[in-house]
Ligand binder design. Structure first.
Ligand code: 6PG
Length: 475
């Protein structure tokens, strides 16, 4: 057998899954992990469970042996923890590679790091790609969604392999080059921000069921399962139904009732929010979702708050807030959240000169990734017709917004009146109301700024700039 051209470094859960996917759907590959026991364990496990795939894995016990096991031009996929470990591996690999070879970071990198690594790669003379890979372990093993970034010729080198292992949406592979340098990791970051927001909105609806209507986890699961057959069809609604239905084998209680309500996060959602603020691109639904995770982490504060102020006075009935209304709220909230996410992509594309292929972003998210949903196909169509316009103005989504915003309004108003926190859904509604207010209240902000700082303002009745009010200046 000739030497493979692909290598995968980092055999944690995701690395192993991706290696098996490549072996199965694309080609043989070299594999390596810094701790050799992990490599041995992976090979032994594969030999036992999928021996035909084990034959396509060429294990190495040193970094030099790993590089030696491949033929140039090599493409080495790093599946190591984001941050410092990526830089360490790149530094160790570069002296062993030449300018035909390629290093690919397939982790959840901050796109600023990817930009820096892309610039360093040019200096070092070893090409570099940063690719966002979504879909968790299952996706990595059987078909993830892949968002590529870096030099186009470098992408071309591995495009066929990545398309072969990617998820497939009706014959179209979910793997696309998004642009230079950190473009792929930026798109992945926005994907994760939307992931946070989708999850948070579902959790808020669950909160209305559980705390407002006093429903069991099983009742919640039934509704999510039903919604998954309608306009909300999506991986996250589907798994929410499954999570709600699961029973804890230890206690015999619903799994949801024994899981501590403190959400973890690795930082991608936060990066998205920080970047959106830098770019002046409002994404309040995602911001609310990140904030909600932060509040969830403040468990002692919340417990003390309940002791001091009492729990919310709930006591809803489905006569007051129906399941159909909640479904409508979720539809409207979801569209608004995605509209914000795509708007952020537009802003980044312009600022960083990426020329992001907007409809392709929606297409690549249709399968394999965590936010996959039937609505993304309609978004791809809308963005093909009007790539630069906000999604809420695309006729298909405009009609859905007109139809479902009353449900969102009723849900938010009712939840707030009953003391149920719905931060992401209310952020969606408030953003919508701000977005359809031609005469906002920022004239007051401008007046205040001019009053205390002589910052100047524009006038409605004059095109000039830098007008001042009659409040005079400090003597
Ligand atoms: C994906 C996910 C994945 C992410 C986890 C955990 O697209 O497959 O976004 O990349 O790491 O979902 O993220 P948090 O720990 O931040 O929730």
């Amino acid at each position: 057998m000739s030497k493979p051209r692909i290598g995968l470094l980092g055999l944690g859960t995701m690395g192993r899954a991706l290696a098996l996917n490549i072996a199965e759907k694309a080609e043989p590959l070299a594999v390596y992990n810094r701790t050799q026991a992990k490599t041995d364990d992976f090979i032994a496990h594969t030999r036992q469970h999928t021996p035909d795939l084990a034959d396509k894995l060429i294990p190495a016990d040193t970094l030099e042996g790993f590089v030696e096991a491949m033929q140039s031009p090599r493409a080495i996929i790093l599946m190591v923890q984001a941050g410092e470990p990526v830089d360490q591996q790149i530094a160790a690999l570069r002296p062993l590679l030449n300018d035909q070879d390629l290093i690919i970071d397939a982790g959840n990198a901050n796109f600023h790091d990817t930009n820096r690594r892309a610039a360093e790669a040019v200096e070092a003379g070893v090409p570099f790609l940063g690719i966002g890979v979504s879909g968790g372990e299952e996706g990595a093993r059987h078909g993830p969604s892949i968002m590529g970034g870096g030099p186009k010729p470098a992408w071309a080198m591995v495009e066929d392999t990545l398309k072969a292992i990617a998820a497939d949406y009706e014959g179209t592979p979910c793997a696309t080059w998004m642009g230079e340098a950190g473009a792929g990791h930026f798109v992945k970051s926005v994907h994760n921000g939307i992931e946070y927001a989708d999850m948070q909105m579902i959790a808020e609806i669950y909160g209305v069921f559980r705390d407002g209507l006093n429903w069991s986890a099983e009742q919640c699961g039934d509704v999510f399962a039903r919604w998954n057959d309608g306009p909300l069809q999506s991986y996250l609604i589907e798994i929410s139904g499954k999570v709600a239905d699961a029973i804890d084998p230890d206690s015999g209680k619903p799994m949801l009732d024994v899981i501590l309500d403190r959400a973890g996060q690795k930082g991608t959602g936060r990066w998205t929010v920080i970047e959106a603020q830098h770019l002046g691109a409002p994404i309040p639904v995602i911001e609310a979702a990140v904030t909600a995770r932060n509040v969830s982490a403040k468990l002692p504060l919340r417990q003390r708050g309940q002791d001091v102020f009492g729990a919310a006075p709930v006591g809803l009935t489905t006569d007051i807030l129906s399941v159909d209304t909640l479904e409508g709220a979720m539809i409207a909230g979801k569209i608004m959240c995605y509209a914000q996410g795509f708007d952020l992509l537009h802003a980044a594309s312009k600022t960083f000169d990426w020329n992001l292929p907007m409809p392709e972003v929606a297409r690549v998210w249709r399968e394999g990734c965590i936010i996959r949903s039937s609505m993304l196909n309609d978004m791809a169509t809308a963005l093909t017709d009007q790539p630069d316009d906000n999604l809420i103005f695309a006729p298909f989504f405009r009609d859905l917004i007109v139809k479902h915003t009353p449900a969102l309004r009723h849900t938010v108003a009712t939840a707030l009146a009953h003391g149920l926190p719905v931060p992401a859904l209310s952020a969606a509604l408030t953003w919508f109301d701000m977005t359809r207010t031609a005469r906002s209240t920022a004239n007051m902000i401008q007046g205040q700024r001019d009053f205390f700082g002589a910052h100047g303002f524009e006038r409605l009745d004059n095109d000039g700039k830098d007008f001042h009010g009659p409040w005079g200046s400090v003597a």
